[in-house]
Every structure is written in structure tokens, then in C-alpha cells.
Design a protein around this ligand. Structure first.
Ligand code: SDX
Length: 451
């Protein structure tokens, strides 16, 4: 129980004045004093505000949950106005500079940075689970050669559920950790198979001598050489990009993970649902759309015309704007720095010049300034991925791989939270009521009536 988890207060109850809000219901003249907990009022406290005993009581109406806290969490802290992002209290900048991705994955899952022994054991726990059941390869053969890799990833992660029936024991924390390790280990293997299927090359098995990102590169790009050798600069850049994408509090896909998980669905099906949410162009699918946008613009001199189309509402500036950040996304800053490291190896991606011009003009333009639109994590990431050799349709898969850690950490936290239960929002009903039945012979064609 939380210290301020007081029951509903009636007029005259004594409480610190700073911890309450008093409302007057003009319909009845009654006043109500609601406790304020952590900057929120409990929606259920509104239910006692009724016009009479038959009244259901007030609800809060919040389409898209723009102003609704759905849970308590200690995993990721965001300050949108100041552009601050912290995982378990550590600033993202220091984690990106000093840690490996698996080290940050450990931090997100267990809450603290591992010591050397713990990190070595953790890395081994993940590495020894990277192999996939051969069924997954056969399953993947069912896809067309041009199937979008996100659709293949979502389907194949769900297919893992058929191989691990023990995963349904979601109330057991030991079992949850076991499945967490399996998913962190196997999602890159599935991702690589999606790529190899698309290009028609044989699947490459994991190489346990390699790091997490080196092994992904190995499973994607190894050809006939006896052992794959990843470029260390590119492998480190991918590690940093994975750290930046690992978690982001209650974003759309994490909300999906928590919601699906709240019904006691197994984690493979919940992660599959979360990845499906991530694939949308307004969420993780934006990084692919940024590249399509830069290709459509084509050159720096055509940027002003595109900006005008954005301001006319014809198109969105993909990779710009954010529900929470009303300042520069701290991840975008780090990605820009990482791009320079990658280009030293791959050569400069000319799309960067178009992106920089878009950013320069947008950040000076009143339309973007008054709406507090800045580059987000997706604006520059695709430019790096393309320079590294990934195709645009694969960019969101590269988002899903690290975000699997965040989804699982949030899922485990949900199961440990005594306040959480199956997610089931209410609605405002706008339809008709108690309609008289219409026999078939008296019905008019619905379509013509509706057109
Ligand atoms: C991610 O939530 C997370 O944490 C997500 C994420 C994570 O790590 O999980 O950070 C990852 O999804 C990043 C966002 C990637 N998406 C894009 O880059 C797509 C382009 N961005 C927009 O679609 C938009 O900014 C959203 C979806 C990101 C946020 O939308 P909101 O919060 O619902 O804001 P809104 O649509 O209400 O916009 C407010 C105003 C509107 O103008 P008006 O109607 O008031 O005139 O800003 C405008 C919008 O039209 N606007 C944009 C814009 N984004 C918002 N105008 C042009 N281009 C844009 N990109």
C-alpha cells in the first residue's frame, strides 16, 4: 500500500492541505476532497461523484491516454521539457558512453549495473540461448520473398510460443526470467533469418564467440568465409544504438506489452503484440519512413518545398515530434554523434545532408517551434543503419531487437505490482439504444443508407 493510498475523503476529513484537491459538483452543490498522490488523482475517486444513487459516477475521459498514468514504474525516467532520459536512474548519455548493450539489458531487467562476474554470467546465459528450433526456419519458408521483415518478426516471435508451453506460468518470477533470457537471445536470431529469407541466402547459425551485436551481424552477413569478423566500429555503433532504443517508459508498444500481458498471455505472444504496435509509422515504423521521406526529397535544395507541404498539413515531417519530448530527444543527439563514427568507416551517407538541412530549417520555423517539434530517436537512426548496410524495411526490426528488453522488464514489473490487474478501459457510448428488430424482408440496403 502506498503511504497516500487513502480512501475517498468526505468534506471535513483532516489531511495536509497540499495533498488534496476540492471539487464542487455544480449539478448537486456537493463538494468533494480528493487526495493527490504523486501528482495524480485516482480515477476511481471520481466514481463517487454522482447525481443520485442510480448514477454510475464520473469517469476520466482521456483518448490515447495523453494525460493518464497507467502504472507505477522504476525502470525509465523521462523529462520531456528538459530532454532527460534515465534507465534505472542512470543518464542515457553515460550508459551509451561506458556500457555494452547486454550490460544495460541487465540493468533494465535487474535494476542495477552488473559487476564483472555477473555480466559474464549474464552474457553467457544469453549467448547459450541464441539457437532457434528448426521449426522456426520451416515456418519462415511460408513467407513470400518480399514479405515485410516486421510482419515476419511479429509472426515468428508468436510462433515461439508453440515451442515453450511452460511460458504460460507467468505468475512465476523464475519462469518469467527464463523466458526473458530466451527472448533477448532469440529475437536477433529470428531477425537475421528474416533478412536471409528476403535475400534468399541460407540461414547462418549463431557464433557463441561473438558479442551480441557482432553475432547479429554474423547471422545476417556471413557468406562463405569460415568465421565472420565484424567491423568493431560498426559493432560498437550498433551496441550504442541498441542501448538508446532499449526502453522508453509507457510508449505505445510498451503499453501494448503491459495490456496483453495483463490477461496472463505468455511473453512470446505479448512481445509479438508489442512488436506489432511498434511497426506503426507513428511509432517504431517512423525510422523507415524517414528514409523514404529523404529519398522523396532527393536533395537539399528541395527541402524548403517539402517543409511547406508539412506546414500545409499535406505530410508529416517523419522523425520529428514526440508525445513526451517537447525538447530535443537526447537519443537523437547521441545518434548524430554515432553517425560520424560510422561514416568514418562506411563513407558519409549523403542523406545526412538533407536531414541536417531539414533540421536546420525546421528548428528556425515558427510552425515547428510553437508546436515544440524536434528530431526524435527515429530521425537520424535510419541514416546510420543504411550506411551500415541495412535496408530501410529492416530498420524497425533493429528497433524491436533492443526494445524487447524494455518490454520484458516492464512486463515483469507489471506482474510484480499488486495494484495491476487485467487492463480493461471504459468508454463513452455514442450509439443507439433499444432498437426494434427489423425482419429481413423490411431491411433497406445498409450501404446505400450509409453513403
Ligand atoms: C517513437 O512514445 C515514445 O516514447 C515513442 C518512442 C519510443 O522510444 O518508444 O520515442 C519512439 O515512436 C518516436 C516517434 C516516431 N514517430 C514519428 O517520427 C512520426 C512523426 N511524428 C508525429 O506523428 C508525432 O509527433 C507523434 C506521433 C510522434 C506524436 O504525436 P502527438 O503527441 O499525438 O502529437 P500531435 O499529433 O497531437 O501533434 C501536435 C501538433 C499537431 O499540429 P496541430 O493539429 O496542433 O496544428 O504537432 C503537429 C500535429 O499536426 N505535429 C507534426 C508532427 N508531429 C506533430 N506536424 C508535422 N510533422 C510532425 N512530425
Amino acid at each position: 500500500m502506498h503511504p497516500h493510498n487513502l480512501s475517498f475523503l468526505q468534506q471535513g476529513d483532516s489531511i495536509m492541505p497540499s495533498d488534496t484537491i476540492t471539487l464542487t459538483d455544480e449539478r448537486t452543490g456537493k463538494t468533494y476532497t480528493l487526495p493527490i498522490e504523486d501528482g495524480t488523482v485516482r480515477s476511481m475517486d471520481l466514481r463517487k461523484i454522482r447525481t443520485d444513487d442510480a448514477d454510475f459516477g464520473l469517469m476520466a475521459y482521456d483518448p490515447a491516454f495523453v494525460n493518464t498514468a497507467s502504472c507505477r514504474s522504476s525502470i525509465t525516467y523521462l523529462d520531456g521539457e528538459r530532454g532527460i532520459l534515465e534507465y534505472r536512474g542512470y543518464p542515457i548519455e553515460t550508459l551509451a558512453e561506458h556500457c555494452s548493450f547486454l550490460e544495460v539489458a541487465y540493468l533494465l531487467v535487474f535494476g542495477d549495473l552488473p559487476n564483472e562476474t555477473e555480466l559474464k554470467a549474464w552474457a553467457n546465459e544469453i549467448t547459450c540461448r541464441t539457437m532457434l528450433h528448426e521449426n522456426i526456419g520451416k515456418f519462415m519458408e511460408g513467407f513470400r520473398y518480399d514479405a515485410h521483415p516486421m510482419s515476419m518478426l511479429v509472426s515468428s516471435i508468436a510462433a515461439l510460443s508453440t515451442l515453450y508451453p511452460d511460458a504460460k506460468e507467468v505468475r512465476d518470477p523464475v519462469n518469467r526470467l527464463h523466458q526473458t533470457k530466451r527472448l533477448i537471445a532469440k529475437v536477433p536470431s529470428i531477425a537475421a533469418m528474416c533478412y536471409r529469407h528476403a535475400v534468399g541466402f541460407p540461414y547462418v547459425y549463431p557464433d557463441n564467440d561473438l558479442s551480441y551485436t557482432e553475432n547479429l551481424m554474423n547471422m545476417m552477413w556471413k557468406m562463405v568465409e569460415p568465421k565472420y569478423a565484424a567491423n568493431p566500429v560498426l559493432a560498437r555503433a550498433l551496441d550504442v544504438l541498441f542501448i538508446l532504443h532499449a526502453d522508453h517508459e509507457q510508449n505505445c508498444s510498451t503499453n501494448t506489452m503491459r495490456s496483453v500481458g495483463s490477461s496472463m498471455a505468455d511473453p512470446y505472444l505479448a512481445v509479438s503484440a508489442a512488436a506489432a504496435a511498434l511497426s506503426g509509422s507513428l511509432h517504431g515504423g517512423a525510422n523507415e519512413q524517414v528514409l523514404r521521406m529523404l529519398e522523396e526529397i532527393g536533395s537539399k535544395d528541395r527541402v524548403p518545398a517539402y517543409i511547406e507541404r508539412v506546414k500545409n498539413g499535406e505530410v508529416k515531417l517523419m522523425g520529428f515530434g514526440h508525445r513526451v519530448y517537447k525538447n530535443y530527444d537526447p537519443r537523437a543527439k547521441i545518434i548524430k554523434w554515432t553517425a560520424e563514427q560510422v561514416f568514418r568507416v562506411t563513407g558519409r551517407n549523403p542523406k545526412l545532408d538533407i536531414a541536417l538541412e531539414l533540421e536546420r530549417i525546421a528548428l528556425e520555423d515558427e510552425y515547428f517551434i510553437e508546436r515544440k517539434l524536434y528530431p526524435n530517436v527515429d530521425f537520424y537512426s535510419g541514416i546510420i543503419y543504411q550506411a551500415m548496410g541495412f535496408k530501410p524495411e529492416f530498420f524497425t526490426v533493429l528497433f524491436a531487437i533492443p526494445r524487447t528488453v524494455g518490454w520484458l522488464a516492464q512486463w515483469d514489473e507489471m506482474h510484480r505490482d499488486p495494484e495491476q490487474k487485467i487492463a480493461r478501459p471504459r468508454q463513452i457510448y455514442t450509439g443507439e439504444r433499444q432498437r426494434p428488430f427489423v425482419p429481413m424482408q423490411e431491411r433497406h440496403a445498409v450501404l446505400t443508407a450509409k453513403q
